[in-house]
Design a protein around this ligand. Structure first.
Ligand code: KIV
Length: 284
């Protein structure tokens, strides 16, 4: 697979090719995603819920994302690496946004950043794009605004709110975003947004009409057995795989089955005859 760039991602919409995006937060999974040909790896602030044990993405810091993004970048994936700008790391001022987005590229190795929201965020997106940093927008349910939205609720359920989302998407396109994540909206709303703009939409819980799809890797692999939102399809049951492997290892350690000869080392042949049993060799 040739390296994915924001230019190629935009071309995919024009060519009618669906875009595949997944999250990753570490080098081994980034390597696998790249090998399979995933177009975009998002180092999402979902790392907060998925790996760091938080209940929302609010506590995730810029240092957290930069740390995980750098791990992904060290795998040298051919997929485009997008670093997610965490809560309040870009809203204080244009200067703050520019400095922090620059860090995501310089220290995190990201090739683009994702920024949640529209409204006054549009000017920030415009300034970041002007500085030469590609931006992926994010509208619909924006988890960093969870308290303002009143929970993880489906957005754009009325004509009025859908029209507002279409306006937001158009404004982000105008500001120079190269693509937009559309989260948790009805399929018709996802379609309306996708048809209104020239840049690709990447949906999560936004129906089949979006130009691409994204899921959180650990959710689609089935690490969290109790997390079952309607939009999530589980492609594996990794929690059971881990549980069975850990159980087998525990049993084998307790029964003295592991480690066996195959997994143990031997002394040099000429040395083994010179052992003194339990006597300290120094005492002879
Ligand atoms: O943080 C994340 O993983 C995201 C995706 C769910 C789009 O923002």
């Amino acid at each position: 697979m040739a390296r994915k760039t924001t230019f190629r991602i935009r071309q995919m919409k024009k060519k009618g090719k669906k875009i595949v995006m997944l999250t990753a937060y570490d080098a081994p999974t980034a390597k696998i995603l790249s090998e399979v040909g995933v177009d975009i790896i998002l180092v999402g602030d979902s790392v907060g819920n998925s790996l760091l044990g938080y209940e929302s993405t609010i506590p995730v810091t810029l240092d957290d994302i930069v740390h995980h993004c750098a791990a992904v970048a060290r795998a040298k994936p051919k997929s485009l690496i997008v670093g997610d700008m965490p809560f309040m790391s870009y809203k204080v001022s244009v200067e703050q946004a520019l400095e922090n987005c620059a860090l995501m590229l310089q220290k995190g190795g990201a090739e683009a950043v994702k920024i949640e929201g529209a409204g006054r965020v549009v000017d920030i997106v415009s300034a970041v794009v002007d500085s030469g940093i590609p931006v992926m927008g994010h509208i619909g349910l924006t988890p960093q605004s969870i308290y303002e939205l009143g929970g993880y609720r489906v957005q754009g359920r009325t004509a009025e709110t859908t029209n507002k989302l279409v306006d937001d998407a158009l404004a982000l396109q105008e500001a120079g975003a190269f693509s937009i994540v559309v989260e948790l909206v009805p399929a018709e709303t996802g379609k309306a947004i996708t048809e209104a703009i020239d840049i690709p939409t990447i949906g999560i819980g936004a129906g089949s009409h979006c130009d691409g799809q994204v899921l959180v890797l650990w959710d689609m692999l089935g690490l969290f057995e109790d997390f079952k939102p309607k939009f999530l399809k589980k492609y594996a049951d990794i929690a059971s795989v881990i549980r069975e492997a850990v159980q087998e290892y525990s049993d084998e350690v307790r029964n003295g089955v592991f480690p066996d000869e195959e997994h143990s080392f031997e002394m040099l042949e000429e040395e083994s005859g010179r052992l003194y049993g339990r006597v300290n060799p120094k005492e002879k």
